[in-house]
Design a protein around this ligand. Sequence first.
Ligand code: UD1
Length: 358
Amino acid sequence: MKIATVVGARPQFIKAGPLSRAIRSAHEERWIHTGQHYDEAMSGVFFRELGLPEPDYRLEVGSAPHGAQTGRMLEGIESILKDDKPDAVLVYGDTNSTLAGSLAAAKLSIPVVHVESGLRSFNKAMPEEINRVLTDHLSAVLFCPTDVAVTNLKREGIDNRVHLVGDIMYDAVLEYSARAKEHSDVLERVGLAPGSYCLATIHRAENTDSAANMTNILEAFGKLDRLVLLPLHPRTLGYIRRWGLESMLGHPNLITCAPLSYLNMLRATSEAFAVLTDSGGLQKEAYMLKVPCLTIRRETEWIETVQAGWNRLAEANAHAIISEYGKLGKPRRHPRLFGDGRAAARMVQVMERYFSKS
Ligand code: UD1
């Protein structure tokens, strides 16, 4: 079996690590890095820290408006696939790299395998929602992390080729947690004691691209009763500058830093009092590490974490954020929502059934 894996953005490097190792133990794999993320802190550090394979192809597409970025990736991936002729193309999540990979493959009649399939926010204003819906409908094999994801696909008429395998991010959390504890000195470097702070990340367009939302979020962080550690995605920093809000970063309650590596994020998450975020992945990681989460969005794809009482939603309004933050706590029950940490092995078995030529 020969698999072409398309990665491009930070969360995809993390998810692709465990599955790549499982694939390569018995099969051939090529990595195509679109270059959607290209900074050292957004890409290079993940490859080194997680021991990821050196990409076989680098498209170096970089940043551009959605259509241009996706279009450049599509052209580059198509030409690679035509030469390389894999049995299947593997894509992760919901980024522009995901859509470009699945579209290029589907147009060449190469089966698409989608990891993290079936997630829905039901908000078409999010670029990610468009990417994930289209990718699911182009896919030949759909790997769902949760029951909710399976149900979402069923509602859209997709009920064969769907496999509930658990969440690949849980494989990564289990694999790297001990190493993060041992090797990460992030808390010592910023002078934070375990349990004394909140870890915050904001990078979604719906928040960053609105001056009012960013003002409300930073104002709320400044008023919380704990310090807030805020690693800044380049997109977020760019918009903070554009909206003239740099002075709000100087609030004594805020500790800002450059984007953190995966091991540093795992350590900073696991020792936080709470996570405050608009990221999809971090909501799950907080749950997996038994840390309460406040999601600064109107809806979430990971609704089961809200139902379990570990995640609360707050729109980007200072009053709502402070009020919902005040209700965070650790429920007694912590149901196993994301499988058993063996998603990678299961996915390889399924792919072998579909694609092994022997
Ligand atoms: C993308 C994904 C989002 C995912 C996130 C993970 C889409 C539509 N969005 O959002 O779903 O949660 O990745 O981090 O695919 N930039 C840099 N250096 C980099 C990369 C980006 O400076 O290495 C800056 C550029 O100004 C760029 C902006 O960040 O325009 C946004 O980057 P982009 O890849 O378009 O989207 P993300 O916000 O990272």
